[in-house]
Write a protein that binds this ligand. Structure first.
Ligand SMILES: Nc1ncnc2c1ncn2[C@@H]1O[C@H](COP(=O)(O)OP(=O)(O)OP(=O)(O)O)[C@@H](O)[C@H]1O
Ligand SMILES: [Mg+2]
Length: 216
């Protein structure tokens, strides 16, 4: 099973979501998880490496290497989580050609929502070439509580034709602090961390339910 975090828009939370998804999968039923870091910044692999929990990772970056190696890596584990790069459409395309499900984080600001259209376009192309897959879901990430942007963003995103997960991940300082603390929200203390844990668990439960129900 290849689950990719894909959106060429920088900073929408692909790496943060990928690391938290790996951690969550690992602590849920001892799943055999592997992360592929496709980003030259290597933030998700450096982050995983800093955690106490042992989750293996591979850095695979060129479009050719991604196309060639993702299937064999997926055979070695139960869940292969791919952290996609910003900007690089060809790498994103290669990832989408190999993914079972593409999870697209979208930040609910006007500019970012428009750039989600680029990700949607690449997914549609991959689905057309592959005659179906990858399944694709969008979710709102880094949403600021108390702003109207969220509702507006949902209206725009619905036009993509892809399903939008019901869980929104809100902007929280505790999430931004995790990388520097060599932690995920599950190792952080306090109410904000608890709230973030609840949101991530809910988001990942939705994704896994969707995979298990055979949509992807
Ligand atoms: N829910 C959140 N609340 C607060 N900060 C967040 C949240 N999600 C991500 N961030 C912060 O936003 C920044 C961008 O997140 P991240 O690196 O995960 O995005 P990305 O999509 O992987 O970016 P890139 O495209 O550059 O790889 C980071 O500093 C991260 O700590
Ligand atoms: Mg990243």
């Amino acid at each position: 099973m290849i689950i990719s975090l894909a959106n060429q828009k920088g900073g929408c939370s692909k790496s943060t979501t990928a690391v938290h998804l790996c951690h969550w999968l690992k602590t849920q039923g001892e799943r055999d998880v592997l992360l592929v870091d496709a980003d030259a910044q290597r933030s998700s692999s450096i982050w995983l490496d800093s955690l106490d929990i042992d989750i293996p990772f591979k850095v695979v970056q060129s479009p050719d290497d991604l196309l060639d190696h993702l299937p064999e890596l997926a055979e070695k584990c139960e869940a292969l989580v791919v952290d996609g790069p910003a900007g690089l459409s060809e790498s994103t395309r290669a990832i989408l050609f190999r993914s079972d499900i593409a999870v697209v984080p979208c930040q609910p600001s006007g500019v970012d929502i428009r750039s989600a259209a680029d990700a949607v376009k690449l997914i549609r192309q991959a689905q057309s070439v592959r005659n179906g897959p990858p399944d694709a879901v969008l979710f709102l990430s880094r949403a600021v509580k108390g702003t109207k942007l969220k509702e507006e963003a949902l209206t725009v995103l619905k036009k993509s034709g892809f399903d939008i997960l019901t869980t929104t991940i809100h902007q929280r300082q505790v999430i931004a602090d995790c990388f520097g603390q060599r932690a995920t929200v599950w190792e952080m203390a306090g109410k904000a961390a608890k709230d973030a844990q609840t949101e991530y668990s809910s988001l990942f439960t939705e994704i896994i339910k969707r995979i298990n129900n055979g949509n992807s």
